[in-house]
Write a protein that binds this ligand. Sequence first.
Ligand SMILES: Nc1ncnc2c1ncn2[C@@H]1O[C@H](COP(=O)(O)OP(=O)(O)OP(=O)(O)O)[C@@H](O)[C@H]1O
Length: 412
Amino acid sequence: MQGIEQAAADLRAAIASNPGEHGTGLVQFANTYALKSSQRHSAVLLKLNWTKAADEEQQHRVLQDMLALLEEIVADSASGTAGGEPPLNQLIVRAQEHVPEPPHDVVFSCENLGKTYKKSGFQLNGVNLQLRFGEITGVVGENGNGKTTLFRIVAGELLHDQGSIAYPLFGQDSAAKKGINWIKVKEQIAYVPQELPKVYGKLEEMLQYEAAIHGIRGKKNLREVDFIVQRLELSEHLEKRWKELSGGFKLRFALACALVWKPKLLIIDEPLANLDFKAQQVVLRDLRNLAESLRYPMSVLISSQHLHEVEAISDQIVFLDKGKVEFNGPKEQLGEERRCNTFEMLVSCKEEELREHLRRLAPQRIQHSGVSYVVTLPLAVDGSRLLRHLLECGVEVEYFRDISRSIKQLFH
Ligand SMILES: Nc1ncnc2c1ncn2[C@@H]1O[C@H](COP(=O)(O)OP(=O)(O)OP(=O)(O)O)[C@@H](O)[C@H]1O
């Protein structure tokens, strides 16, 4: 035996001896061999169901379902390999059919995009941007610098008054004679604004409705809703009304509504503000997985004041300052052409002492931000040299970070 059969035999034995331990194994098995995305979703659900099973009877049922799913995947794979093609390859080939190749992977693009609010005089200016499948674009900037304005234009909620925008994937271009067919565009875009709109009625019904109006009906509707509910840990809140949810759960619910129908572009404005640390990690990880999903790739446009977190998940960064794009490019390009190094640190000594200690390194700037210091030094002074120097001066360093190539440096 080899390939799927061997893997299935190993997993059967492992699940039978210790099902709780092997939920992850089932998920991996499904990810590798399942030809249907619903089977991969079911594996995740079963793993979660096991952890939630209240007694032996429920555990027994989950165990039976796990083994049944395993057999179903094996059977599907056997019938799908009649042509002799290995299942994983077949899966990849099928998935690739859903993934457009460049240049058809551009969901949104704009050139010299601008918008002026007559009332306040604020101008968003000269934005050039491309949003692609599988990519996360993080937009950062201080309050009032135009992030929401940009997001509302991309989402079709606000009209631009300068430059051009296009949605190449949906065949829509503002420069074309007919202009943009917003119905075609909006049915593919999910916009989760900063101020979440109130939801009426029971949350579960709302999720089913969201999926249904996007063409997901019948059993698939229930399965997709169940999957997203489990994924975002909403099951305990399904009977609740909107006003009974905390801020964090309101956001999770809005995200579930957006993700349940698998949009091509997810625009999400300040999602992390109301989430606790654990929920932030779940949301960020989910966004990364969803963007990269082979079967349903997605482009994500996200804004946040949580700079480390946005930086960690984004492929592309846009930094807006007073409505102008001050940086726009892959995050690896951040700080590439810098002429100095910038460090953030928390030290034991007073500001005057620190200035004295650093004098020999010819600092260009030493700034106290209230909590920590931001120190700018010549390019020749890297992190290890600075740390060595501080140590030699007897300075205790409580926190240290080289932000020369981080978004954070853009804010100083
Ligand atoms: N409808 C409007 N009419 C007039 N001015 C507006 C309007 N909407 C926003 N502005 C102004 O445009 C500027 C940019 O606002 P925007 O909401 O795009 O910024 P932001 O970067 O998203 O801010 P925040 O981080 O606080 O959400 C602000 O000065 C705001 O007061």
